[in-house]
Write a protein that binds this ligand. Structure first.
Ligand code: 8OZ
Length: 359
């Protein structure tokens, strides 16, 4: 089929994208240790995927406290900034663009991953089900410590500093990770936020920290360099929300005055059955910036979403793991390499930089 819209230009903030295919953030757990530092192999991996109109980096902890998985990179030390500069230079040399995804995991961590073996922090002392990926293997999650009201400004400050570091590392912008069960979503959704201060209870209160983070980050980078990722129907990391449409409609209306570059919406992730009642098109129409759709799209469904004006850009995740030249393959209708799940997280070049291109 013809992919006329998928392969048309798009203006995103001050960037001109040559087509509509974005590389979604993908946790690959291959930073150098100790120190969670991006390395030459990571730079090669991202450079190979500069075929994307825009790359969104893997989730990157904004502070030692924000870490929840072994081997994920950070953006708080000088060494990390220098490591990321290799990545952004490589991507820019290949003519593409890259945003950093800023990550604080909240309760999705473990004392073994935290500074001074402290308890992970969260809006409320409610444990996530399952196990954490630590350097000692998989370990049961613990009950987190509820943040004090006067600690929240310090968390917002972590995002502000991380945004400045991202700029220094040469990123074209940042994406605030408010999806998939991590700290910001733990505040947004009522299954994990049982607070009785100004950061809990009403939708206005539950969205407060996200809007404070958006304010801090846009203050230092300018709104056109900032996007945000949300997962209204997501249940990953034991998340629940009693009224996602009201919550996310409200959030998007409050985001509008900031004139962000985009919202990046996880419409499907694992559990496909839970998103039936949610109206993503309504969210798209409410928002005044670009809408990046993500979740199980094919070239065909991507083109359809764009031509129906239900999105502006489509983010592909797993297909980019196995297909560094994904846009060309979609254009040609070529066969896609299948991603090897065993090499998703951790390890070396195998299943990382060794997937073949066409021809
Ligand atoms: C899968 C494994 C580890 C992390 C996310 C950062 O879901 C993640 C993640 C996904 O956003």
């Amino acid at each position: 089929m013809a992919f006329d819209t998928l392969f048309s230009e798009f203006k995103l903030g001050d960037l001109t994208l040559p087509h509509r295919i974005v590389m979604a953030p993908l946790t690959r757990s291959r930073s150098s240790q100790p120190g969670d530092i991006p390395n030459d192999m990571n730079a090669e991996y991202y450079q190979q995927r500069s075929t994307a109109a825009l790359i969104i980096s893997e989730a990157t902890q904004i502070s030692p406290q924000g870490k929840g998985y072994a081997f994920t990179p950070g953006i708080y030390s000088n060494e990390q900034i220098i490591g990321w500069k290799k990545v952004t230079d490589a991507v820019h040399a290949s003519g593409s663009r890259i945003f950093l995804q800023m990550w604080h995991v909240g309760r999705v961590s473990h004392t073994k991953l935290q500074p001074n073996n402290a308890l992970p922090v969260a809006p409320s002392a409610i444990a996530v089900e399952g196990q954490a990926f630590t350097y000692e293997g998989m370990l049961d999650f613990e009950t987190p410590r509820a943040l004090e009201t006067d600690e929240i400004s310090g968390i917002v400050e972590q995002y502000r500093q991380a945004a400045l570091n991202a700029k220094q590392a040469g990123f074209d912008g940042v994406e605030i990770h408010a999806a998939n069960g991590y700290l910001l979503e733990q505040f947004l959704k009522d299954g994990t936020n049982k607070r009785d201060d100004i950061y809990g209870g009403s939708i206005e209160n539950r969205t407060r920290i996200v809007l404070e983070v958006v304010q801090a980050v846009t203050d230092v980078l300018g709104s056109e360099h900032v996007g945000i990722r949300i997962s209204p129907t997501g249940t990953f990391n034991s998340m629940t929300e009693s009224n996602p449409q009201a919550l996310f409609n409200y959030l998007v209306e409050k985001l509008n005055p900031f004139n962000l570059a985009y919202i990046h919406v996880v419409e499907r992730f694992g559990d496909v059955t839970s998103n039936n009642e949610f109206d993503f098109v309504q969210l798209r129409r409410l928002f005044n910036g670009a809408y990046i759709a993500n979740g199980g799209y094919t070239g065909k469904s991507a083109e359809q979403s764009l031509t129906e004006d239900n999105s502006d850009l489509i983010a592909f995740g797993v297909p980019f793991i196995a297909n560094p030249d994904l846009p060309e393959r979609i254009k040609q209708g070529a066969e896609l390499n299948v991603a090897d799940q065993n090499t998703f997280y951790g390890g070396d070049a195998k299943g990382y930089t060794d997937y073949p291109r066409l021809g």
